[in-house]
Design a protein around this ligand. Structure first.
Ligand SMILES: [Zn+2]
Length: 80
């Protein structure tokens, strides 16, 4: 829990509770709608992500695996 959120709770508990309820509601709605997300595949060699499996366009070999590329392959920066 962040300091800001804690402060908010102390200063205005009713509002904080409302915001939290609103967030949970939105998450539930998104979960119900987001059933049709496009399937993502990644190359286990170079980390390239594509919307469908099969052959990697870079490696030209059958290296695609389901799911997004892991951080060590996609080379994500340290920013947050
Ligand atoms: Zn590849």
């Amino acid at each position: 829990m962040s300091i800001v959120h804690t402060l908010k709770k102390v200063v205005d508990p009713a509002r904080a509770r409302e915001e939290q309820a609103e967030q949970e509601k939105r998450q539930q709605e998104r979960r119900q709608q987001g059933a049709a997300e496009p399937e993502l595949y990644h190359c286990r060699v170079c980390g390239r992500e594509v919307a469908q499996g099969g052959y990697c366009p870079d490696c030209l070999s059958d290296t695609m695996r389901p799911g997004p590329a892991p951080p060590e392959l996609s080379g994500g920066g340290g920013g947050g």
